[in-house]
Write a protein that binds this ligand. Sequence first.
Ligand code: CA
Length: 486
Amino acid sequence: MKILKYILLGAAITITSSCGESWLDLEPSTQIPTDTAIQNLSHVEYSLNSIYNVMRNAYYYSGRMTYYGDVTGDDVQANGLTKRTANYYLMGMTRDTGPSTHWSYAYQIIRNCNIILSQIDNLEYDNDEQDEFNDLKGQALLLRGMAHFELTRFFGYPYTKDNGASLGVPIVHEVVGVDYKPSRNTVAECYDAFIADFEEAASLLSPAFNKGKVNKWTAMGYLSRAYLYMGRDADALNMAIATINGAESNKYALWSNEEYPTIWASDIDASNPGEILFEMVNTTTESPGKESMGYLCYSSGYSDMILTSSFYQLLTEDANDVRAKMFTIKSKKAYINKYQAQAGENIQDANIPVMRLSEIYLIAAEAAAKLQNRNETAVQYLNAIVQRANPENSVEGETITLDRVLLERRKELFGEGHRMFDAIRNNRRIERTDVSVSAISSTSHYELLPESKSFDWTYFRVVLPIPKAEMNANPNLVQNPEYGTN
Ligand code: CA
């Protein structure tokens, strides 16, 4: 085995967490040699598998990267001040205490994608391998774009706040050395960069189901999401409709009302991919461990996060809404039960949906609601979600507002990492208040900073501070506003 040239932005990476695993303890298969290792398409596939392994980590999509957007919002909260989710929930981060993993894991993914992309065009392969080549290159482009997208929304203000004029993150598209000290690009430059990756990926990727991996519909879904985040509503609508139509002509379909409560435990395959456009496939032998969403949400596990009382009231206002079955009550608290164990597995090995077709319907509805003269379209896509939740309900004949769509997004996507981002990109407030509900009478907010209790996109903590180790290692990085003195 070749000596790995372990290259990472900023070089010094630390983890400011109480969790056991260290960043540097990644198993060998999560690292890619920087040169001469990739000599054929099998090597590319092997390298991509190592990138998916990083993404499945509990510090990435199987855990932190997912729950951050929930516990910083108003629908989900930490279940105690010593819980793993508490620091995000409290939103008391300073420039010295900000987490490092959102940055370090994303840049490790980017680095590994860049190694593949720097070599893939030089590979020799047979003519009948052209589709495979295209698909593998498309995967590397999409995964690189997704990591830049996540970095931009964690560290950069919403595009819609200032048309992307504020600072995002460094765009890294080359294999760089340890002494590389990039500056931050603007949010607008970041959007241009990852949208270009998504577009090229969508043109290369296979439309076929690929278990635990991205395909053409994932790329188009990310394009839809990126356009929506930018306020390019006509593009978001067109791309969302193209994604829905394309995916549904390739066996994807919204889950039914009947299957909804338990289908999260299913182990999907090509014959019935359901509505999962991309998921982390965790197994007992490739387990993210107990820091994963399954065990964190489990009432008899780490029981880390619970529904807030205000959201519980919202979610249960229609008792026949199937989504009101997606929690379990124990000791007067409501625990999310979307992360269900697949057959024969432990709860911590629950798969993690990263993008569902339901989200694409809601993107179409939201974009249409923001456009002139597209109310019928907004009704069409919103109604699919509303009627699936309760066949007795309908929004036919209604004028669909942004707030109506956002309400449906909260009910559909809670616990899946969206809420805080959805509120701030639309310049809506997060209000963390308590209501009295007897079924969950043990639930109330813990003491929050006043500015973390009610905030909008003007609050400096809607973005994370650039990690301290990166700031120390790279004088070209500028810290986010107000973190300089806090
Ligand atoms: Ca699993």
